[in-house]
Design a protein around this ligand. Structure first.
Ligand SMILES: C[S@@+](CC[C@H](N)C(=O)[O-])C[C@H]1O[C@@H](n2cnc3c(N)ncnc32)[C@H](O)[C@@H]1O
Length: 475
């Protein structure tokens, strides 16, 4: 059991609750909360309505909380309603009415006389159906800034009051409706518009405590961040105030936020103006570069987009979560890349020596052909000299065929292994990086032996080999 509070530490409303004998403190623990909420209003001419005078069907019993309110609000006018008739001697600022908390006409008549109210407290039947009905009837009679309080919310779970353990009962459903009203702009932003009560945009807040709900009435027209709109006065006001503050003391975060707001509201020109301003002050700050990148995207400005993208990656190499920068990847795979480069350099050396060989062989063929032509011209066919030339020709042809095999035996694996290496190296990377890696491999290979030149050379080589055949026939 917690120790007793020293009497001096008890707030004045709780003292009054104890004095008049309401269960708003002791049985429940509402009065410290009420004092917290109402203390600023104490001297105001507060109009308070309480459902449930107390005493049930005893006509001369009840009014404890009404007496408490009358003392707490010395300038207040207090109204109590109860379904049972009451004969109570009570402060003249308290007026009692007999009627049901779900009787719309009755509540309207009382409100015409005593309302609109600054505070409404439902401490009546506590049947969840009644609680919800009273709220719908009475909320419109609350002033802007007023508070609607529902006590004994526990009954929403209690079957003996018509509540439900399973679905929480009507008070809980009312709380859900109030939360939906609070967020009507958010529901509309995703295309959902349940049938809101007419006062949906007058629900300012809902506070829930043990057994008690406090619903504040007030303007609820703030825009949704999911459908920001510069036709909304809150949005215009916010942008204006942030703009003013940023003119005085700009900060990267403040300007970034302003850019985002203009983007959200679709004011791209203003967003771009602030983005340019932010980048002129902080050219290398990710918090301003990222919204500037978004502005460039929204404006389809590809070059600004690429520029900001590169600058962001220098600061945030993993930005975007998907495409790490190539530099970052290169650093991660530096060893593999170095090994690959070394292999390619080896191949480059081998290929260039083979090329040189082929060039020499081609030259020898050309010379031989010239000799054969001049031999034919000199009618030396069948002569000893022609036989010698023919012999040399077939030796070179064999040598050439072997060379050709060697050339392609070496070069084909260069391509095949190189591609395999690039795929293995790139296989675990995101697709864009694989493409970059493959392209860089092809770049290296084509520097070593451009594919088209190779094909051309190969064709040329074959053509020359075939063109040797007349010599064979000559033999
Ligand atoms: C818990 S007492 C109120 C206590 C009082 N507010 C206090 O704190 O001293 C509940 C009162 O609500 C009244 N009541 C029950 N059903 C009602 C209804 N449908 N409409 C109005 N009052 C009702 C009861 O007669 C009873 O006097």
């Amino acid at each position: 059991m917690p120790p007793s509070e020293p009497i001096d530490d008890i707030d004045p409303l709780t003292r009054m609750a104890i004095k008049y004998g309401t269960d708003k403190w002791g049985g429940h623990f509402y009065t410290p909360l009420y004092h917290e909420l109402f203390a600023p209003l104490r001297d105001h001419p507060v109009r308070l309505l309480e459902i449930g005078t107390g005493g049930y069907d005893l006509e001369t019993v009840g009014g404890a909380s009404l007496a408490m309110w009358a003392e707490y609000f010395p300038n207040g006018s207090i109204t109590g309603i109860d379904i049972a008739p009451k004969r109570l001697s009570i402060d003249p600022r308290v007026k009692l009415f007999q009627g049901s908390q779900i009787d719309q006409a009755f509540l309207g008549e009382v409100a015409d006389e005593r309302g609109p109210y600054d505070i409404i407290i439902d401490d009546g039947s506590h049947e969840p159906k009644h609680v919800a009905a009273s709220f719908h009837i009475l909320f419109p009679y609350l002033v802007d800034g007023g508070m609607y309080i529902i006590e004994d919310v526990q009954t929403t779970f209690w079957p003996q009051f018509g509540g439900s353990i399973l679905d929480g009962g009507d008070t809980l459903k009312l709380a859900t409706t109030v939360i939906e009203c609070l967020n009507h702009a958010e529901l509309a932003a995703v295309g959902q518009s349940p049938s809101f009560p007419p006062f949906a945009n007058q629900i300012k807040s809902l506070r829930a405590y043990h057994n008690i709900l406090v619903i504040e009435k007030g303007d609820n027209c703030e825009p949704s961040i999911g459908a920001y709109d510069f036709n909304n006065s809150y949005a215009v006001n916010a942008a204006g105030i942030i703009e003013q503050e940023m003119q005085g003391t700009p900060t990267p975060g403040g300007l970034a936020n302003l850019i985002e707001l203009y983007l959200l509201g679709g004011n791209l020109l203003a967003a771009k103006e602030v983005a340019d301003r932010a980048l002129s002050l902080w050219p290398a700050n990710a918090s301003t570069l990222v919204p500037a990148y978004k502005v460039a995207s929204a404006l389809n400005d590809a070059s600004a987009k690429a520029n900001y993208f590169g600058r962001i990656l220098q600061i945030e190499p993993k930005w975007g979560g998907q495409i790490p920068s190539l530099d970052h990847l290169m650093a991660e795979r530096a060893d593999e890349l170095r090994a690959m480069r070394e292999t390619l350099t080896d191949w480059e050396v081998q290929i260039s020596s083979l090329r040189q060989f082929i060039a020499e062989q081609n030259e020898r063929f050309a010379n031989l052909q010239e000799q054969l032509i001049s031999a034919r011209q000199e009618n030396l066919v069948g002569s000893q000299e022609a036989a010698a030339v023919r012999q040399e020709n077939s030796a070179i042809r064999r040598e050439n065929a072997a060379l050709q095999r060697e050339y392609y035996t070496v070069f084909r694996p260069v391509l095949r292994n190189g591609l395999r290496l690039a795929r293995r190296l790139g296989g675990s990377l995101p697709q864009p990086c694989q493409d970059v890696l493959r392209a860089s491999f092809y770049g290296l290979v084509s520097r070593v032996a451009p594919k088209s030149a190779l094909a051309h050379e190969y064709q040329e080589f074959r053509r020359r080999s075939v063109s040797r055949r007349p010599c064979d026939r000559d033999a």
